[in-house]
Ligand binder design. Structure first.
Ligand code: ME8
Length: 511
């Protein structure tokens, strides 16, 4: 089974912030989880480099758009390994192979009769690169996203017959009720369609930073059409000139935030239908990370620098925090204080200490040798037993509930911690030392269950905190990376003690 997941491609009009990292990490968690299920995964991210958002930012910086895009694409390219994203390809829309394929698709849309020449007047936000409909105009004729004043503009250019797709889109939404998730976002998109679709401009006459229209090279393509097509064009050349991966991976699952819902849930499927290409598998719309209850963005200038957070706490803690603190799909506030609290109580204490304790006890009481054993109902059975971990986890992932899935795992972390306290291995060890054979057997059983519990929890956590998981799986002598059933390994391996996975925060380094 194939699984193709994408992030938005980010505008190179500034430096990446935590909001971008969030989408990237979300898509990475999906990709890693589906690889664990043995699926054939392709994970794409990249940068959106044409159009007004970039050319205006370049002008402001006194640079040529190309030079500006090259400079800022580097920041996004560096973000990918920094958050430890396991993408298979990074697309830049200035790549000539992308441009060529975009032109081919748009020519097809033109030849199929979905493009015509006309005049357009409307309120325009250059930051969104979008003419706003009446319901999208904020108070004082401002863009509700960027809070800048909209300008009334008229243009003679080429139009895409979006209106021709009202019916086909309604059908798509009726036939595939969960193609846009969560449901309240689907309803938002559907009501936009039901409000009536106006044709949209596909070209810009007064801009030269873009992909020339193949049938009218004096105009460049509207950046959104060029950008959306990245999801399709990339598969054609991501394999370095070898196979075209389209047949193997198409259709995609898109992860985006609500700011670009209309483009993905309305324009994009219509464009694909016009070109005769299969529509995407699904869209998942996540919320915004908020600082001081405002969306972080380059224009509002209150972004948190993900590189600084990672340098101080490591990528795993950032990955964990984002999906633990904010329920995936909702908007949620984040803060340095909240971050430190989760780090200390959950990563360092709940999980890090559990791992250190279990490994240290096996070393102390059994010289690192894990006794053979079988699941103990005291830790495997419901509620929150380890036996049901994989199935509950898969259910949560299949509903795209990344925070619920993490809670499914965390309930097992807590359960295993309770098991340590309830079974008190240190007391069993003492009694065993005094010659109590029953205590010795009980200690074997407990140690086996602790190591096996830690192993299945660690494997389940690997999409979220991959670096720490690697360290821990190595200490647990675990060669596999697939999701595992509790009790599927019988013991007999040698494990070793590790340094704390999440060391205490050094107050001297605190910001
Ligand atoms: O819109 N919280 O690019 P962009 C969560 N190039 N996610 C956030 C966020 C926040 N505070 N801020 C940004 C564009 N994001 C176009 C996309 S796709 C064909 C073209 C994430 O650089 C979120 O995924 O403005 C949002 O949709 C995206 O960054 C917008 O990035």
């Amino acid at each position: 089974m194939s699984y193709y997941v994408t992030t938005p491609i980010f505008y190179v009009n500034g430096e990446p912030h935590l909001g971008h990292a969030y989408s990237l990490i979300a898509a990475d968690i999906f990709a890693r989880h589906h690889r664990q299920r043995g699926e054939d995964v392709f994970f794409l991210t990249g940068t959106d480099e044409h159009g007004e958002p970039v050319s205006q930012a370049a002008e402001k910086a006194g640079m040529a758009p190309r030079q500006f895009a090259d400079l800022h694409a580097k920041g996004f390219q560096a973000l990918v390994p920094a958050v430890n994203a396991s993408n298979d390809f990074f697309i830049r829309t200035t790549d000539p192979r992308h441009i060529k394929r975009v032109q081919e698709v748009m020519q097809r849309v033109h030849d199929n009769g979905y493009v015509y020449e006309g005049e357009y007047i409307g309120f325009y936000c250059p930051r969104c690169a979008d003419f706003k409909t009446e319901s999208e105009i904020g108070p004082g004729h401002r863009c509700p996203i960027h809070e800048i004043e909209l300008t009334e503009e008229a243009e003679t250019n080429w139009f895409f017959r979006l209106s021709a797709f009202e019916e086909p889109l309604r059908r798509l939404y009726a036939e595939r009720p969960d193609w846009v998730l969560p449901e309240f976002r689907r309803n938002e998109a559907l009501s936009f369609i039901e409000g009536g679709l106006r044709d949209v401009s596909v070209s810009r006459a007064r801009l030269d930073w873009g992909v020339p229209l193949p049938w009218d090279p004096d105009q460049v393509m509207y950046v959104w059409f060029d950008a959306l097509l990245n999801y399709y064009t990339a598969l054609g050349f991501a394999d370095a000139g070898r196979a075209d991966l389209t047949g193997r991976f198409w259709p995609p699952r898109h992860i985006i935030a609500k700011d670009i819902l209309k483009f993905h849930a309305v324009y994009w499927p219509a464009l694909l239908m016009a070109a005769g290409i299969e529509t995407p598998h699904s869209l998942y719309i996540h919320g915004y990370l908020l600082m001081d209850d405002k969306k972080m963005s380059k224009s509002l200038g209150n972004g948190l620098d993900p590189f600084a957070v990672i340098e101080r706490f490591g990528a795993d803690s950032l990955r964990f925090y984002c999906f633990r603190e904010v329920s995936f799909g909702q908007d949620g506030s984040i803060s340095p204080v909240g971050f430190e609290a989760r780090y200390e109580t959950e990563l360092a204490n709940d999980f890090g200490n559990l791992a250190s304790r279990v490994l240290a006890m096996v070393e102390r009481y059994r010289d690192g040798f894990v006794p053979d054993g079988r699941p103990d109902p005291a830790v495997s059975e419901a509620p929150d037993g380890l036996a049901s971990l994989p199935s509950e986890l898969i259910d949560a992932f299949d509903n795209s509930e990344l925070s619920a899935a993490l809670e499914v795992i965390w309930r097992r972390v807590r359960r295993l911690n309770r098991y340590v306290e309830e079974s008190a291995p240190w007391q069993l060890a003492k009694a065993a030392d005094g010659g109590d054979a029953a205590a010795r057997a009980a200690l074997d059983r407990v140690l086996y269950n602790l190591v096996e519990g830690l192993r299945v929890i660690t494997l389940a956590l690997s999409p979220y905190i991959p670096q720490s998981v690697e360290t821990l799986l190595d200490a647990l002598a675990e060669p596999d990376r697939a999701l595992a059933e509790f009790g599927s390994r019988s013991g007999g391996q040698m494990v070793r003690r590790i340094a704390p996975l999440f060391p205490k925060i050094d107050p001297d380094k605190a910001a």
